[in-house]
Design a protein around this ligand. Structure first.
Ligand code: NAP
Length: 241
């Protein structure tokens, strides 16, 4: 069996990944999100708030407990949030904490557990983190989001290097998905323009139908998972392959 553990499986890119992966009866998909509808036979849902770090620390080892003698095991850290859109000085401390919890602390805890549990297991092993172009350059109004994705990228690069040093045979990627037509983009277009001067660019992209469909992005991500040896870099951008 192939096992896929996907965070943020209820909608957007995560949901599109679940829809495609569950078409194959050889795949068992374990999704983690606060909500989910319409379960398939080979989909197992864990209803969980991944922003709750205390709870995560006590539960994380159980997330992988249904994985038995895997042929392939894949962790997809997809859940993410933009948080409050606004300039620094106008943000709440709770909001800043939430972004860092969900976008940085949670995926690092999950990666740590994955490496701990599967390092010695003979299987194809992949960690795929969903990053963002916004982790590579500043966007006004998105300070915490940009910083969180930048942190995820560098953490991924360190894990990838350690996996080579320790001969774990775990492939690690941090992939920017492009601009994708999901609820996250709706939130961007609804932001107050004075808190986010770049807003016009995203409104225009939608008007000109330049957003990618979640299903086509999921297809690209599956290419990385299915053929990891074709990709020599840790940091990838789906618009470039
Ligand atoms: N859309 C884009 O243009 C774009 C661009 C660059 C990068 N990305 C990245 O792609 C990833 C997916 O984004 P998306 O556009 O698909 O977003 P989305 O449509 O807003 O979906 C986010 C997913 O994360 C889950 N989630 C949010 N908060 C959670 C929490 N506290 N606990 C558990 N699950 C939580 C949501 O499920 P529940 O609400 O049910 O919990 C949902 O399934 C994110 O990491 C995002 O940063 C997106």
């Amino acid at each position: 069996m192939n096992y896929y553990i996907i965070t943020g499986s209820s909608r957007g890119i995560g949901r599109a990944l679940v829809d495609q992966l569950t078409n194959d009866p050889e795949n068992e998909v374990i999704g983690i999100a606060r909500s989910y509808q319409q379960a398939k036979k080979n989909y197992h849902h864990i209803e969980f708030d991944l922003g709750n770090i205390e709870e995560l620390k006590s539960q994380v080892s159980h997330f992988f407990e249904t994985v038995k003698a895997p042929k392939r095991v894949v962790l997809i850290n997809n859940a993410g949030t933009l948080g409050e859109i606004g300039h620094v000085g106008s943000l709440s401390a709770d909001g800043l904490e939430q972004v860092m919890n969900l976008n940085v602390t949670t995926p690092t805890i999950l990666m740590n557990e994955f490496v701990r549990q599967f390092s010695g297991v003979q299987a194809e092993k992949v960690i795929l983190n969903i990053s963002s172009g916004a982790g590579k350059y500043p966007v006004d109004g998105w300070s915490a989001y940009c910083a969180s994705k930048s942190a995820l990228d560098l953490f991924s690069k360190v894990v990838a290097e350690e996996c080579i040093l320790n001969e774990n045979d775990i492939k690690v990627f941090s992939v920017a998905p492009g601009v994708v037509d999901t609820e996250m983009q709706s939130q961007i277009r609804e932001a107050a323009p004075e808190q986010f001067r770049t807003k016009g660019k995203f409104v225009k992209l939608k008007e000109e139908q330049m957003l990618s469909a979640p299903a086509s992005v999921a297809q690209k991500l599956l290419e990385v998972i299915n053929f990891p040896d074709r990709f020599s870099e840790v940091l990838l951008d789906v618009r470039k392959f």
